[in-house]
Design a protein around this ligand. Structure first.
Ligand code: NAP
Length: 236
């Protein structure tokens, strides 16, 4: 059977991998209205749960799956593990490393977004929230003022004191420093996404701003993990 790779995407690493694997098909969830598209063939939209993904793998004669979704896209990652186990299609997870603190950082690690929301009112009054527009409901009942940055406009429920900033990375340290100063930010909340959106962390360190860092959800057991698109492309 000819090799046909399915890349579960939505990240810059997934786009890089698509460039390394001509003939692969990239899958996007369809959340972003004008996504940056990967090179090559692209399909958009959910598969319809585990059963839908099983059907897709069979119908499209997929021989390998690379889960290159965002580290917080835990449902898609779990579905890929289940569907690949059911069909016998080999699966690799491509996950860039998370961020590590360096001297000068004032990070508080928390296990989940609700845990971050619990801490926010105790730590800040002007909060830069970069966890994405889909997770704003978790912060909706809180009193601090929020600067919320997202690619598309947030949908309610959102924090009642909020400024929405529509922008897409990559961002520079200079730009992030200016943003934190302009809005007198005294707390940053971010997921441990890893990768190129880390300029905000450097700016926070330089300005002495504390950071609530939300840890990644666990990976499914038994699935091999690689760190770079090049490693993923070399497999299979
Ligand atoms: P999720 O909660 O793990 O997935 C929810 C459902 O969305 C999945 O069950 C699946 O629907 C569909 N889906 C997710 N990723 C898909 C993909 N690559 N191709 C086709 N269907 C997909 O995912 P999420 O956190 O909403 O993330 C959605 C997308 O945005 C992902 O591609 C992810 O890489 C990207 N992204 C997420 C974040 C984040 O913070 N979560 C940040 C940046 C980018 P069915 O069950 O119908 O198959």
């Amino acid at each position: 059977m000819p090799r046909r790779v399915l890349i579960l995407g939505g990240t810059s690493d997934a786009r890089a991998l698509a460039g390394l694997l001509p003939g692969a098909v990239s899958s996007l969830a369809g959340r972003v209205r004008a996504p940056v598209l990967p090179p090559g063939e692209v399909r958009v939209g959910g598969f319809g749960g585990i059963d839908g993904l099983v059907d897709y793998l069979r119908a499209e004669r997929i021989t390998h799956v690379v889960d290159a979704t965002h580290p917080f896209a835990a449902r898609m990652t779990a579905h890929a593990a289940e569907a690949c186990a059911a069909t016998g299609v080999p699966l690799v997870i491509l996950r860039r490393p998370g961020w590590s603190s360096v001297p000068g950082d004032r990070w508080i690690r928390v296990p989940s977004l609700p845990a971050a929301a619990d801490l926010v009112p105790r730590l800040g009054s002007r909060v830069f929230l970069t966890t994405g527009r889909q997770d704003l409901a978790t912060f909706a009942g809180l009193d601090p003022w929020f600067l919320v940055r997202s690619v598309d406009p947030p949908d309610p429920p959102v924090p009642h004191r909020m400024l929405s900033l529509l922008d897409r990375g990559p961002f520079t340290v200079e730009g992030e420093r200016a943003l934190l100063r302009e809005h007198a930010i005294d707390l940053l909340v971010t997921k441990d996404s890893g990768g190129p959106t880390g300029a905000k962390l450097t700016a926070a360190r330089e300005l002495g701003v504390p950071v609530i860092m939300v840890d990644r959800p666990p990976l499914p057991p038994g699935v091999p993990v690689v760190r770079t698109p090049e490693e993923a492309a070399a497999l299979g």
